[in-house]
Design a protein. Structure first.
Length: 126
């Protein structure tokens, strides 16, 4: 009987741990494999990224007290930072630039690519 119980125990262990298949899309649903760079606009792409990640310190209301006077709410302010390289320097955490968002991780690769695409397109106000 002892041998019989050992055999059953081994079969149960094999049956419950032997084969295991994960669905990558289910496990990593937060990681998107697509990043739309075809229609990057200031209003629909750039501004929402800044609102979600930067306005806590760099809104017009907060810029003086917590954002070193840097405002990111209007197009002209953002365009100036984009054209002088400061926007991408900070979001890429490049040497010589303060890493932004401050105290947080980098923006997603997609968001950084979208900001860069907008700059590459000439920073249009669209």
């Amino acid at each position: 009987m002892n041998q019989f119980l050992k055999a059953i125990l081994i079969l149960v262990i094999i049956a419950t741990t032997g084969c295991y298949y994960d669905n990558e899309e289910k496990l990593y649903s937060e990681i998107s494999t697509s990043c739309d760079l075809t229609n990057v606009t200031f209003a629909a792409t750039v501004k929402p990224i800044l609102q979600a990640s930067c306005y806590a310190c760099h809104s017009n209301a907060n810029a003086t007290s917590s954002g070193d006077g840097i405002k990111l709410e209007n197009y002209t302010d953002v365009q100036n930072l984009a054209k002088n390289g400061k926007l991408m320097g900070t979001v890429n955490h490049s040497k010589g630039y303060p890493a932004m968002p401050k105290g947080g991780g980098k923006l997603s690769d997609c968001e950084i690519n979208q900001l860069q695409k907008w700059i590459d397109n000439g920073t249009p106000n669209n």
